[in-house]
Design a protein around this ligand. Structure first.
Ligand code: ATR
Length: 511
């Protein structure tokens, strides 16, 4: 099982010990980043392993490798020798590991380390990109067979992560640490076991004086509590959400909490990907069991499916994928999530003959239109780009229009319910119009009787929804649909109903 390592990057030994003691229960190993210490402190490292009372890696990272050490190799080797000096028979008082770069050869130091049980981690760092010859590196980097190979490259794309993963798979029996640094490689850290890594490095990111030791590191507490890193074995089923840029997602919180409460041996991770084609190869290599698919891949993922539900066929978008004997099968849980949410909001078993306006004709609107059609509603679709409204409306014989005044007047006949599906009003999206409103339909005046759903959930109240509420309308945001479609995803992944008794305990935080 991959070990969890806490990188200690504070500038004094005392502070590093405090941080270690605070997070000790989560980790198996600590890495003392000597290069981050004040110069005077660097001279006092010898007793650190004994004080730390946990296996410690001695690392003095050069600036060219992403560290803070700017002296020459002579000074660095001198410090290493100081750390290993006066080795004791009781190995717990010595550094357990010594990190030595592949281009640093110090036979006397290496021999001394070996004699007293200090294992060598032979490391290679690329702070700019990912090398083409990773397989050769893994095979030939070690100076002797008992060394652990560490390769930390910068993933500038999903293909870089794929190349690292594949190179590692060629050497299943070799002890190694493979890290794809940066945003694209975040799951190489969480899924260290699946990448065949000996350990994974984390940092105490909530401590202000403990900066991340490398780009893309996950906070130690998050690694332990959210991803339950130390429970991940090769038998753990892997799920995740794929999207781009996927800077923030609360789906891991939702699914991992359910897995934990239900005692399911599974983990759910973020898969930021700049190419769905490369990512699906990674999903295959990692034996991923199921995927939530988000922007912008809900359509692009369809060619990878060997079977698709009727929802995917009708909506033309897939947000849920799981492994099957033939490959991947996909469904779309947005439509059912929306239907359930709408009926619950209205306290009605159906909405036959209700008149509904849908604002927008993008991916979300397609799921909403599908749902409304099956609920038997009479629908008008309005979209900034009118021909898209016409195309979507045509599938179900709905009315349609653009957003000119004349077309908005059509809403008079379709305003029992209004569903806002565009991205206008979302956090950071203030692109609407010159007046500065983040409102997709500023010229529409609510009469106060409409029941209004805005599928945006962040912010909780959009300008549009607030306007509706101010006019006296009943309103709801998209959070309820988000939870409901996630429950259907869970059911699809697991082949069993979502445990409803957990509903009050699982949430999408920060939404
Ligand atoms: P999603 O999958 O979230 O629905 P999408 O498929 O890109 O995303 O669709 C975005 C929707 O928001 C579209 O209906 C889009 O209108 P256009 O078809 O005219 O592009 C709508 N939208 C985005 N920005 C808008 C804006 N500033 N004003 C009005 N509508 C906007």
């Amino acid at each position: 099982m991959a070990k969890m390592c806490l990188c200690l990057t504070a500038n004094t030994l005392q502070r590093n010990l405090e941080i270690l003691n605070k997070y000790r229960k989560y980790v198996d190993v600590a890495e003392l980043r000597v290069d981050c210490l004040e110069p005077d402190e660097r001279l006092l490292i010898r007793r650190f392993p004994e004080q730390a009372n946990i296996p410690v890696i001695l690392t003095i990272r050069r600036d060219i490798d992403g560290g803070a050490f700017i002296g020459g190799d002579g000074a660095r080797i001198g410090l290493m020798a100081r750390g290993l000096a006066y080795a004791e028979a009781d190995r717990r008082r010595n550094f357990a590991y010594l990190d030595l770069e592949e281009d640093l050869s110090v036979p006397s130091l290496e021999e001394a380390a070996r004699t007293f049980g200090t294992r060598i981690i032979r490391s290679y760092h690329n702070t700019k990109g990912t090398d083409a010859d990773l397989s050769v590196k893994i095979r030939s980097m070690r100076h002797s067979e008992d060394e652990i190979v560490k390769i930390a490259v910068t993933a500038n794309s999903t293909k870089d992560v794929l190349n690292l993963l594949r190179a590692g798979k060629e050497y299943p029996d070799q002890e190694k640490i493979l890290i794809a640094m940066g945003h694209y490689g975040v799951y190489s850290r969480i899924l260290a076991e699946q990448f065949g890594s000996f350990l994974s490095y984390t940092s105490a990111l909530s401590e202000p004086d403990s900066p991340s030791a490398a780009p893309g590191q996950v906070d130690v507490r998050q690694m332990a509590s959210l991803y339950r890193f130390r429970n991940i074995t090769d038998a753990t089923k892997v799920y995740g959400v794929v999207g781009f840029p996927l800077k923030a997602t609360s789906s891991p919180h939702f699914f991992n909490t359910v897995f934990e409460l239900e005692g399911i041996n599974a983990v759910y991770v973020p898969f930021p990907a700049d190419s769905i084609t490369d990512f699906m190869k990674i999903a295959h290599e990692l034996n991923v069991e199921g995927l939530s698919v988000t922007v912008p891949y809900k359509e692009a993922v369809i060619p990878f499916l060997s079977s698709q539900s009727s929802e995917v066929q009708s909506i033309g978008a897939c947000n849920t994928v799981s492994r099957c004997a033939q490959g991947w099968m996909g469904t779309n849980t947005d439509a059912r999530g929306f239907s359930d949410s709408l009926l619950a909001f209205l306290h009605k078993p159906n909405i036959k003959r209700k008149r509904v306006t849908v604002i927008g004709a993008g991916g979300v609107a397609r799921a909403v239109a599908f749902a409304l059609y099956h609920l038997g509603a009479k629908v008008l679709i309005l979209n900034r780009t009118a021909h898209k409204a016409r195309r979507l409306a045509g599938l179900y014989k709905f009315a349609w229009g653009g957003m000119a005044d004349r077309e908005i007047e059509m809403m008079d006949k379709y305003r029992d319910i209004i569903v806002q599906t565009t991205s206008v009003g979302m956090d950071g999206n203030n692109t609407n119009d010159a007046s500065g409103f983040s409102d997709p339909l500023p010229m529409y005046n609510f009469c106060g009787k409409e029941e209004v759903i805005d599928l945006i959930y962040k912010p909780e109240m959009t300008v549009f929804l607030q306007r509706a509420a101010d006019a006296g309308c009943r309103v709801q945001n998209g959070y309820d649909m988000l939870i409901r479609q996630a429950r259907y995803q869970y059911a699809w992944f697991m082949g069993k109903e979502f445990p409803e008794h957990l509903l009050t305990r699982v949430q999408f935080p920060g939404t």
